[in-house]
Design a protein around this ligand. Sequence first.
Ligand code: GAF
Length: 414
Amino acid sequence: TTTENDTSTESLTELADRVSETHKKLYGQAPEFLVAAPGRVNLIGEHIDYNDGFVLPMAIERYIVMAASKPTDTDEAQSQYHSISMDSSARLAATAQPGSDPSAPGWACYVQGVLAGFHQSGRPTPTLNVSFDSTVPLGGGLSSSAALEVATATLLEAATSTTLDMREKALICQKAEHDYAGVPCGIMDQFSSVFGKDGELMLLDCRSQEITAVPFRSDDITLLITNSNVKHELNGGEYAERRSQCDSALQKIGKSTWRDISMDDVNAARDQLTDLEFKRARHVVGEIQRTRQAAEAISAGRWDEVGELMYASHDSLSDDFEVSCEELDLLVNLAREVNSEGGVIGSRMTGGGFGGCTVTLVKRDSADALIEALTSRYKAETGVEPSCFTSPPRPRRSHSLNTLNGAHHLASLP
Ligand code: GAF
């Protein structure tokens, strides 16, 4: 069980100021570079990014900010990274192999993987003193690891005055997660952090990597993110296990991509599949359909339909894909009970699962009452305090750091 720290309501500007100040104290140097990368919430399309499916995430106003300066000792070959909230540091070299320093803090593998990716692609990786902190809750299913990877990549771009192709950048970050964190993730989180704009859902075709913006057309609806503040990572292998179950189901169904498979094909292959593979296949095919349909329904303002699709997605993730948990089911059921008369449109778990967050579409003027109901009832049943925040889709503002969307190089200071 984890709880969010109280820095979670900080704006990007406040976070950037605080990280800069801490950096000065820590290294005795003003930062030369300041970068940010956002977390994300996924409205629908879960566990199908690695199955050639569609996902519909949105960047949220929660960021990882990194400040960096060049060390005065020019012979120093290793960069030093310091996590402010975790008060831990790591010395990292771009040539290190995965797992070569077992004493390094848990977060270091994500940074290390990106350094290695830059190095392997023939790009320079200058030695830096770095401090970072986050308003993305860590390990809460809002993509804090991708934000850390993308912030690192953005810092390296800034420090070497280069701009990577955005897709290549996201793919370097995904590879970092595969090779250095051992998680065979899809492309959703890194694409979201690189390309995401808050207030705008992006329909990502994970096969072609094409992105279509899906703006919210409703001023009176908001997204409520509720952190269950529990994590049930059994052995860390559940994600890879789901991936290989999907791969073996695909092979047995006899097609080269899930995009060519209908529910009839899944049913027709029932006898060739194990029970688990059948359930996984039913989720994948159903979720691909639901996500396409949801994108259309949002564009047309058919919110009730979007809500039904979200509940169906949750049920499928819980029953067929088995990545939910009691606490997430409880939060979704509580939202369902408050129902449409209470302004709730739809609700589901978001992200990898086994704890973390739910996402709920709710009428803006009902959000406070819903937060109150969820908080008191969830706490009464689990003994855990959830954290709630809305990520209001709204027009972009134009005069502060908050206007920045996606990964950003905030400043290069002389
Ligand atoms: C995690 C992964 F990193 C994503 O690629 C995605 O598969 C998600 O779980 C589930 O939709 O966030």
